[in-house]
Design a protein around this ligand. Structure first.
Ligand code: SAH
Length: 400
């Protein structure tokens, strides 16, 4: 067997790998021995040349390598991807998310020990994102394993995302195997039907990560007036209306998202007088509601990632605090604020502090009645805490 290329780390830089973290930064590397193309597998060794792991090589990225396996005997080949994907599928079965007409995240990157691979299942169809050189290199093996293990009718690629640029990979999208998914695809969740545009929608088309929080909202929404800000295709709004909310306002800046939101309301037979979809800027709309002294029983704030990098932290925190303050100000006594942050750089402690400051600014007292987070089909690898990104709080303001 030819000698494997070897990535040798600087002294002391093996520590994170010994704790099973899978990312290797360019600054940790002292030498690369042998010829290796992007995405190919290297052996990672400490400064004394002891074996640490096998990893995918990604020279253009800040993360020059991501570990596939810490087992010196494990080869990275078609069988490896079969085993890892089978394990990921078993976890969803264990989580009881293998519902025929439902959907879920089937592979969540490091959370399923497959760095850079995202697979979402929409009923009988799969949507895949290859986000690193490693998974790009093994795309044929991965598609083959997914086809064999899921018997999906079709596999569609949505690697048209900006993070690919960090790996020097061009955007890609289109059908990879089987038949074209219908447009829209219909899935079911908590008894609601949702139409999903897997070709053009955000992420792979639907925010599965909010599934459990939608269930919490359904418990409290009956009879309530709900404001769903950053609604996208109306995930929280449909859940609230279906569970008996008196009225729902969805606000989003995206016209195609709101078109699907209306379609979703109609498909779930919500009478048109019980909802409204507004194409607008949430910040402006919340201010206008405040000026008009409009009140709601429940406000949901699920904004896009406001903090993309450490440099954007202060500005992002201010944005989270601003909308939470406006949200609190619109609540009736005893009202509920659901606020979220999907920024990985926002810690749960910081988010709680921001929410507390927002309540102070709004002049309301509140208690946290639920802590919310990404649904369990977005698991966090214990060794890679960065995989925990979505956090939320359900705060009830006082009744007097
Ligand atoms: N809650 C949704 C997901 C929200 S994603 C769900 O569960 O499905 C964030 C949404 O915010 C996107 O749909 C995006 O179009 C919208 N958005 C971003 N900035 C906005 C702004 N300033 N005003 C209104 N909508 C905005």
């Amino acid at each position: 067997m030819p000698k494997e290329p070897m990535l040798i780390l600087s002294p002391g830089r093996e520590k994170s790998l010994l704790r099973r973290h899978v990312w290797i930064y360019s600054g940790a590397v002292s030498a690369l021995e042998g010829e290796v193309a992007p995405g190919e597998t290297v052996v990672v060794a400490d400064s004394k040349r002891n074996f640490l792991a096998r990893a995918a090589w990604s020279p253009e990225s800040q993360l020059v390598a991501r570990v596939w396996s810490f087992d010196p005997h494990e080869r990275i080949d078609a069988d490896f991807f079969m085993r890892k994907i089978a394990t990921a599928i078993e976890l969803r079965r264990f989580l009881k998310l293998d519902l025929a007409r439902g959907g879920c995240r089937l592979v969540h990157s490091e959370g399923d020990f497959l760095p850079g691979l995202i697979v979402d299942r929409y009923g009988e169809f799969l949507v895949v994102q290859f986000l690193s050189n490693g998974v790009e290199h093994f795309r044929a093996e991965i598609i083959d394993a997914l086809t064999k293990l899921t018997k999906a009718k079709g596999i569609y690629e949505r690697s048209d995302v900006s993070v690919r640029a960090k790996e020097n990979l061009p955007p890609k999208s289109g059908l990879l195997a089987g038949i074209e998914p219908p447009n829209p695809l219909i899935i079911e969740e908590h008894g609601a039907k949702y139409a999903v545009d897997v070709r053009h929608g955000q992420k792979s088309g639907f925010y599965f990560d909010q599934r459990d929080s939608r269930a919490v909202l359904m418990r409290f929404a009956p009879g309530k007036r709900v404001l769903n800000a950053f609604s996208y295709t109306g995930g929280f709004g449909v859940a609230a209306a279906l569970s008996g909310a008196e009225h729902v306002i969805n606000i989003d800046s995206s016209a195609p998202a709101l078109k699907l939101s209306r379609h979703n309301m109609e498909m779930n037979k919500i009478p048109s007088e019980r909802y409204e979809n507004r194409e607008s800027d949430v910040f402006a709309e919340l201010r206008a509601f405040a000026e008009a002294k409009r009140k709601f029983d429940i406000v949901v704030l699920d904004p896009p990632k406001f903090i993309e990098s450490a440099r954007a932290l202060t500005k992002g925190c201010r944005a989270y605090q601003d909308i939470a303050r406006l949200g609190f100000g619109l609540l009736n006594p005893g009202g509920l604020l659901f606020n979220f942050s999907c920024s990985g750089l926002m810690t749960p402690e910081l988010f709680q502090k921001i929410t507390a400051d927002a309540a102070l600014d709004a002049g309301v007292n509140g208690v946290i009645v639920h802590r919310l987070e990404q649904a369990p089909d977005h698991p966090t690898n214990l060794a890679v805490p960065e995989g925990f990104y979505l956090k939320g709080l359900l705060t009830r303001i006082s009744t007097d």
